[in-house]
Unconditional design. Structure first.
Length: 288
C-alpha cells in the first residue's frame, strides 16, 4: 500500500471542466455513514466554492424531515420540498438564493412523513422537480446520514457520490457499512472519499487508506481519494451565528481545503443518459 500512500500524498487537483447546462445536468450526492462528521458544512461549502468558479449550482437539502442547510446559511425559507410535494407551490417558488450563482431548495424540519418517504413519493418528488435541472450546471444533494431508504434512493440516482467521514473509528465503520450497502445496489457509481476534521494531512491520508484497504479487501473495490479537510478551531461559533464557515473565514484552512476538494470532486463530472430526477422517479425493487 506504500504506492497508494505516495499517490495520495502527491495528489494535486485539476480545475473542473465546464459543466454545460442541459436538461440532465450532473448531480453530486454528499453523504455519510453517521451524523456529526460535518457533512452539511462540507456540502454547503463545496457549493459556494463552485459558485465562486462561475458554476450555476443548485443545492438540494435531501435530509428529509431534519433539514439544516438553511440554518447554516442563516436564511428563513417561505417554502420547502414538503410544499412542492403537496402542491402548495411550484418548485421554482421554493428556491432560495443564497449567493451569486447558487440556489438552495430547502427541505422541512420536524416533519416525520418526509423522513421516510415511500418509493412512490420519491418518484412524485422527482417528477415535481425535474423542471429545475435545465437552469444549472450542477446539482449537489445533501443527503441524510446513514443507510435509510430515502438517503439511498437519492444517492443511487446521482452521477457521483462524495462520502464524508472522519478518522474516528465509529465514523470509519459506518462509512464502510454505507459503501457496502451502496455497492450492493449500484456498482458503477463513482465514489470520492473525504476525510473531514483531520488533525494533519498524514493522519487524514492514513484514515482514508485504512477505509480503502478494508473496502478493497471485502468489497473488491476502493473509493477514489477526494481530499481531506483540517479541523479548524472556532468553526462552531460561525454555526451559532448562522454564518457559512466558508464565507466567515474565507482564508482559513477549512475554506482553502474545501476549494481543493470542490475542484477534485467536480472534475470530469457529467450526467448519465437520464437525469437525476428521472432516475429518482424510477421504480426499481425495494431496498433491504
Amino acid at each position: 500500500m506504500a504506492n497508494q500512500l505516495d499517490s495520495l500524498t502527491g495528489w494535486s487537483p485539476t480545475n473542473p471542466a465546464r459543466l454545460a447546462a442541459s436538461a440532465t445536468c450532473p448531480t453530486l450526492s454528499v453523504t455519510s455513514g453517521k451524523g456529526g462528521v460535518g457533512k452539511s458544512h462540507v456540502t454547503l461549502s463545496i457549493g459556494l466554492a463552485l459558485a465562486d468558479l462561475g458554476k450555476r449550482v443548485l443545492l438540494i437539502d435531501g435530509d428529509m424531515g431534519l433539514a439544516n442547510l438553511h440554518i447554516l446559511c442563516g436564511t428563513y425559507p417561505e417554502h420547502d420540498i414538503e410544499d412542492v410535494l403537496s402542491g402548495r407551490c411550484l418548485p421554482e417558488d421554493a428556491l432560495l438564493p443564497i449567493g451569486p450563482g447558487i440556489d438552495l431548495l430547502p427541505s422541512a424540519s420536524g416533519v416525520a412523513n418526509l423522513a421516510a418517504l415511500p418509493r412512490e413519493r420519491i418518484g412524485d418528488l422527482g417528477q415535481s422537480l425535474s423542471s429545475l435541472q435545465s437552469r444549472y450546471d450542477l446539482m449537489i444533494v445533501d443527503t441524510g446520514a446513514g443507510i435509510g431508504e430515502t438517503t439511498m434512493n437519492l444517492v443511487l440516482a446521482s452521477d457521483r457520490m462524495l462520502l464524508v467521514t472522519t478518522p474516528e473509528p465509529t465514523a470509519q465503520a459506518d462509512a464502510y457499512a454505507f459503501l457496502k450497502v451502496m455497492r450492493s445496489h449500484r456498482r458503477d457509481l463513482p465514489v470520492h472519499l473525504c476525510i473531514n476534521m483531520g488533525a494533519s494531512e498524514d493522519s487524514a491520508v492514513k484514515a482514508g487508506q485504512r477505509l480503502s484497504q478494508v473496502s478493497g479487501r471485502f468489497l473488491g473495490w476502493e473509493p477514489t481519494w477526494g481530499g481531506w479537510i483540517p479541523r479548524q478551531p472556532g468553526l462552531e461559533q460561525f454555526t451559532l451565528e448562522r454564518r457559512p464557515a466558508f464565507r466567515a473565514s474565507p482564508d482559513g484552512p477549512f475554506a482553502r481545503a474545501v476549494r481543493t476538494l470542490a475542484r477534485e470532486v467536480a472534475a470530469g463530472l457529467v450526467s448519465g443518459e437520464t437525469g437525476f430526477f428521472t432516475r429518482l422517479g424510477g421504480k426499481p425493487g425495494p431496498l433491504p
